[in-house]
Design a protein around this ligand. Structure first.
Ligand code: AMP
Ligand code: ZN
Length: 131
């Protein structure tokens, strides 16, 4: 994608601080880290959403996320935003690996939904959509 900042990084048109690279994947320091060592892991295949990736790309991506996570010396959060409403700014699939060293890092509120729908209905809907 011509106007995608992460595709430009893959094509080396924009520099990055790379920490890992393989055939399908690239991992580099986030330019605006929310904690020390915050890394973004991206597929070389351009797709906006995780579910749009070819399976070879998606599976290699997860292995790369695991490799980067294994290099964390502290607890960490893994975050993958899909779509604007979900907080995605760069429209190229990416996983954040965010070391948790202190009060910096991820502090999202875990707020339990008050108006839960019937679980059996929700379960059936999801299983149906996965067919
Ligand atoms: P998201 O909100 O999940 O789309 O996050 C996109 C992330 O990409 C942000 O944390 C940005 O700081 C990061 N980012 C944007 N441009 C660059 C860049 N040129 N190099 C490294 N990270 C970047
Ligand atoms: Zn892209």
């Amino acid at each position: 994608m011509d106007n995608c900042i992460f595709c430009k990084i893959i094509k080396k048109q924009i520099p990055c601080h790379c920490v890992y690279e393989d055939e399908h994947t690239l991992a580099f320091l986030d330019i605006n880290p929310i904690s020390d060592g915050h890394v973004v892991v991206i597929p070389k295949h351009h797709a906006e959403f995780m579910h749009e990736l070819p399976s070879a790309s998606a599976s290699t991506l997860m292995l790369a996320v695991q490799k980067v996570a294994a290099a964390c010396t502290t607890p960490y959060n893994i975050l993958n935003n899909n779509g604007e409403l979900a907080g995605q700014v760069v429209k190229h699939v990416h996983f954040h690996v965010i070391p948790k060293t202190d009060n910096s890092g991820l502090r999202g509120e875990w707020k339990v939904l008050q108006d839960k729908r019937d679980f059996k209905t929700v379960q059936a809907e999801i299983v149906q959509r996965m067919k």
